[in-house]
Design a protein around this ligand. Structure first.
Ligand code: UDP
Length: 236
């Protein structure tokens, strides 16, 4: 496997080509952004933690029959993944009210959602990732009804697997964001699953062990992410 040219650079990751056309390398950076990148910082070691945590979650999901883009962890900061065409829709699953839903709808923080909520957001920085409904997805031709049905089903399955697993580690999975991609006509779970994209609360103390530490200055980010890694690694 040979690393080739840079294909794309996002806020938290760089994607490199390889000598195999259907495989690319995701490189996790130390950059942290929040609130539409209004708040920015470099946090030494974040990329290594997120690559390690995301590799663990993707591996576990692959083993549990969820089709993902993940092939293998290559190094501290890099994973080998399938090249996919990203569907520009962010899928958010919520078990407990926190973050934007509290602000937008006035639902009290901590309200439990049973069954969990599934929401769609348009992946568009200029428009600040607005919330959209299924009809918008079809009107804008972003995905087909079968694809949306699959994304919803997969998102809820991922929720069940991660929620149960994290519960055993003493961590509450509050909510998270997923992205999906197409490869050879199939839908694969793509992008990243890490404390950057999930809300994790310590079940005993209620402490945030995720990017809310950076968003709201709740404490050292690395310390929180390390706690997540230590908890999940006990189960390897
Ligand atoms: N999220 C994300 N990327 C985004 C927006 C949200 O990873 O661009 C994650 C976020 O970390 C949280 C969940 O999706 O775990 C729900 O986020 P919310 O809509 O509450 O937005 P926030 O207030 O966190 O920006």
């Amino acid at each position: 496997m040979e690393k080739r040219e840079k294909l794309y650079e996002g806020k938290a990751k760089i994607i490199y080509a390889t000598d195999e056309p259907d495989k690319v390398i995701a490189h996790y950076k130390d950059a942290a952004t929040a609130f539409d990148a209004v708040k920015k910082a470099t946090i030494k070691g974040k990329g290594v933690l997120n690559n390690t945590i995301a590799s663990f979650f993707f591996q576990m999901l692959n083993e549990r029959g969820i089709p993902t883009h993940f092939i293998k962890k290559l190094s501290d900061r890099e994973m080998l993944i399938y090249r996919v065409e990203i569907i520009p829709v962010e899928v958010v699953v919520r078990n407990i009210a926190a973050g934007s839903i509290v602000k937008r709808l006035g639902i009290p923080k901590n309200t439990k959602f049973e069954p969990p909520l599934v929401e769609f957001y348009l992946k568009n920085d200029e428009l600040h990732d607005p919330i959209i409904c299924e009809q918008h997805i079809y009107a804008m031709n972003l995905a087909k009804p079968e694809e949306v049905a699959q994304m919803k089903e997969l998102a809820l399955k991922v929720n069940e697997i991660l929620k149960e697993f994290m519960e055993k580690q003493g961590v509450i999975l509050v909510d998270f964001k997923l992205e999906f991609g197409r490869k050879d006509g199939k839908i694969l779970l793509a992008d990243e699953i890490s404390p950057d994209t999930c809300r994790f609360w310590d079940a005993k103390t209620g402490e945030s062990l995720d990017k809310d530490r950076f968003r709201f200055d709740l404490g050292d980010l690395i310390e929180g992410y390390k706690k997540i890694l230590e908890k999940i690694e006990k189960n390897q």
